[in-house]
Design a protein around this ligand. Structure first.
Ligand code: GLN
Length: 275
């Protein structure tokens, strides 16, 4: 069997199991196992076919491909992932783009609710800045530490609550980033099959999804220098409300769209308060 035939066979099985992007995932499986793109001309060995079948069987049951592989790419870097940590998503790369535009090797940034550490690690690697990453939950924290070491990144992992700023008394940041849990109670009831494998603690943001934003901006503002930036990812239809919360906390804020034109990030600058 050649690579193209193997890919077609996987895609057919995934399609039957109602996987959202069967051809794309089939290509990823071939690439992972055979280290070759399915469009290249190569024969799949018996051993590779066995591995492909095992992965496909697990994927058909609904477990996300990223957890099956145990790793995933974000901003060109490799991150270990598994149950207990949120899978890095491409739209989150927008936050790294903001870091690239605003930070350099003399900057110090903080990332809250870090999970796998994809944001602070990519930011530190891309800009040379120094980063601190806060994560509360054990499993996610162990992935964070592993990913910092794996990427040889200048990131300090801090086990703690994003809603407690006392670990950072005395430090002033140039930027604070976060992709906090932001799904609403209603969205939690309708999660895609794959997302149900991901930790609720990384997804659920309270009844209207805005719990974290209500507290983060006010809490961390005093730790930001004047003109420092606070950038957060937001859920569908939350950008306007989050922008307002940021402005009320003493920031000038703007909404940034992702590649699909969805309002995905709110980015603010710490403004001088008049009173
Ligand atoms: N982007 C994730 C989802 O749509 C949610 C991540 C989060 O709550 N920060 O499932």
């Amino acid at each position: 069997m050649n690579g193209r035939q193997a890919a077609a066979e996987i895609a057919a099985k995934l399609k039957e199991a109602q996987v959202f992007s069967p051809e794309y995932e089939a290509g990823e499986i071939i690439l992972e196992v055979c280290k070759n793109h399915p469009l290249q001309v190569f024969e799949v060995t018996a051993e590779q076919k066995k591995a492909i079948d095992a992965i496909t069987a697990e994927r058909v049951k609904g477990r996300p491909l990223q957890y099956i592989f145990g790793k995933w790419e974000f901003y060109g870097y490799e991150f270990f992932v598994g149950e207990g940590v949120l899978i890095p998503r491409p739209e989150t790369e927008l936050l790294v783009d903001i870091a690239v535009k605003n930070l350099d090797k003399d900057s110090v940034m903080l990332d809250l609710c870090s999970g796998s550490g994809c944001i602070p690690i990519a930011c530190a690697k891309e800009t040379g800045c120094r980063a601190y990453a806060v994560e509360l939950y054990d499993k996610a924290f162990s992935y964070l530490e592993k990913n910092i070491a794996h990427n040889n990144a200048d990131v300090t992992a801090v086990k703690g609550d994003a809603l407690d700023s006392t670990h950072f008394d005395g430090i002033t940041f140039d930027a604070v980033f976060s992709n906090p849990p932001y799904l609403t109670a209603e969205e939690m009831q309708e999660l895609q099959r794959e997302v149900r494998y991901e930790p609720e603690t990384a997804l659920y943001g309270g009844e209207d999804g805005l719990d974290f934003y209500r507290r983060l901006f006010t809490l961390w503002r005093p730790r930001l220098r004047d003109g420092g930036i606070f950038a957060v990812e937001v859920g569908d239809n939350q950008a306007q409300q989050v922008k307002k919360l940021m402005e009320e906390a003493g920031f000038t804020a703007e909404i940034i769209l992702d590649l699909q034109g969805i309002a995905r990030v709110v980015c603010g600058r710490r403004a001088e308060m008049c009173v």
